[in-house]
Design a binder for this molecule. Structure first.
Ligand SMILES: [Fe+2]
Ligand SMILES: [Fe+2]
Length: 475
């Protein structure tokens, strides 16, 4: 197991000090990253000590240490999972050949694009979340926000390392651009749609970490299979960190629903107004936030039927999440059943399996999203509300990319008249009024023993600390 070297300016386990030109190039990028962090990172909390975890090993067990650190002094570094000796390509057309330690010339631009697209999402989410500290429901949540933020910063480092180390001058230019695009910027936005959506309240933050970070998990899982070994090893370690982000989302949504159910029970009501007046978020509104973030995240997987996806699989650049689960790793002449909409008609057809890789990944993602939904519905039942449930909208609802893009389909997945769709769409998503209400709940709570009205206290503290431990020192 390789230990992480924290003696150097850039912590790493890639033997950076033995590659002076690479080290110099990254040390040149480092102050630009720091100034981006200061300008675009968490607003207003940069000078406080935050209880954060930092990677100390890439071993799955005990890989992080915890301690108080000011965010700008966080030790962002370059950590790859350990190399497996004699590793062979395990899917696509080149099964059995050695994995690549360098980028094959033919795949250079496609690989660079994959890395840039992944890399772009990392700082984007930090930018999207930068104002949330001002409305944190507790110090515990504030710390979790910052933990997610510094790790997204580290994920940017992970991708920038690959660009610098393997893509020469193009890579260095792409690394600069990753700090120049900004989420929501009119002229120079982030690459993918969801990463330009504002995250201006904590309900959106929890939904984003549940749904959109989970998209990240599935993208990373696909890239962790890559025949380009440095990319695979980079993504394998990123997945270890990523799990926490989704955990923040799931537990945040659970605690919000718990408070709602407590209020429903206490007041013996399901009236939206009464629940809202009691300072909790009604289930109808929670469903709307699910509809918004889930449907937006689905587009990140790309078109259901895609020749790009087929080529990336055939060439061994991007596999399926958990490729080991499948029996056939070549899928050369196999077919996949897919629903599509052609000539105004809903049809079922067979497409080459390789062309359906985006859809296969998306379906694995949807199954994963449903785990939380089931848990939340169990919680609702536990409180005695048999008649209520939350649900994922249909994967055909509100899509902008692929087979279902721009069609009049309701959250149940039914085609409806376009006028009715246009009229009803707003009612399926958070309205201005809903957002106003949510914002009215977003009152900053900095007393370590308190939690905002709309969410229950967490069950457990972080790293065995008390729940009301001072996770961020404000003086
Ligand atoms: Fe990330
Ligand atoms: Fe993440």
């Amino acid at each position: 197991m390789s230990n992480l070297n924290y003696q150097e300016k850039i912590p790493n386990n890639v033997d950076l000090s033995n590659d002076l030109s690479l080290q110099r190039a990254l040390e040149h990028w480092q102050p630009k990253f720091k100034s981006w962090w200061n300008d675009m990172g968490p607003d207003g909390f940069q000078s406080y000590d935050v209880y954060l975890r930092t990677a100390v090993s890439v071993d799955a067990a005990g890989w992080a240490s915890y301690g108080k650190v000011k965010m700008p002094e966080y030790r962002w570094g370059i950590f790859l999972a350990d190399q497996v000796k004699d590793k062979k390509i395990h899917f696509g057309d080149n099964i059995g050949k050695p994995v690549w330690q360098q980028v094959p010339g033919d795949y250079r631009s496609v690989l660079r694009r994959l890395i840039v697209t992944q890399g772009d999402t990392e700082p984007a989410s930090v930018e999207q979340q930068r104002m949330l500290g001002k409305t944190c429901p507790s110090l515990f949540d504030l710390r979790n926000l910052f933990q997610v933020n510094v790790e997204e910063g580290r994920h940017l480092w992970a991708m920038v390392y690959l660009l610098h180390a393997y893509f020469g001058r193009d890579g260095r230019e792409e690394a600069e651009s990753l700090l120049e695009r900004n989420s929501g910027d009119q002229d120079n936005p982030r690459i993918l749609g969801t990463f330009n959506e504002p995250i201006s309240d904590w309900v959106s933050f929890f939904m984003f970490t549940y749904f959109t970070d989970r998209d990240g998990k599935y993208q990373l899982k696909s890239l962790a299979e890559s025949s380009f070994d440095p990319l695979a090893r980079t993504c394998q370690f990123m997945l270890t960190e990523e799990a926490h982000h989704m955990q923040v989302g799931e537990s945040g949504i659970t605690r919000m629903i718990e408070r709602t159910l407590e209020k429903m029970k206490e007041l013996k009501t399901d009236s939206v107004d009464n629940i809202r007046n009691a300072g909790a978020v009604d289930l109808v509104t929670i469903q709307k936030y699910i509809n918004f973030w889930f449907s937006s995240s689905l587009d990140l997987f790309g078109s259901e039927i895609s020749t790009n996806a087929a080529t990336a699989f055939a060439n061994g650049l991007k596999g399926r999440p958990d490729e080991f689960r499948y029996n056939d790793h070549s899928e050369k002449n196999t077919l996949f059943d897919i629903e599509a909409f052609e000539n105004g008609k809903l049809i079922n057809k067979k497409v080459p399996m390789r062309n359906a890789m985006n859809e296969i990944t998306r379906q694995a993602y949807v199954d994963d999203c449903n785990i939380g939904i089931k848990r939340w519905n169990r919680l609702i039942k536990k409180y005695g509300y048999e008649e209520y449930s939350l649900a994922l909208p249909s994967t055909k609802f509100r899509r902008n990319i692929g087979v279902w893009a721009n069609l009049s389909i309701n959250p149940k997945g039914e085609f409806i008249n376009q006028d009715i769709y246009n009229r009803k769409l707003a009612s399926w998503l958070p309205s201005e009024n809903d957002k106003k209400f949510i914002n009215s709940l977003m009152i900053q709570e900095l007393d370590p023993s308190k939690t905002a009205s709309w969410i229950t206290k967490p069950r457990r503290g972080i790293n065995n600390q008390e729940i009301d431990y001072s996770y961020v020192d404000l003086n």
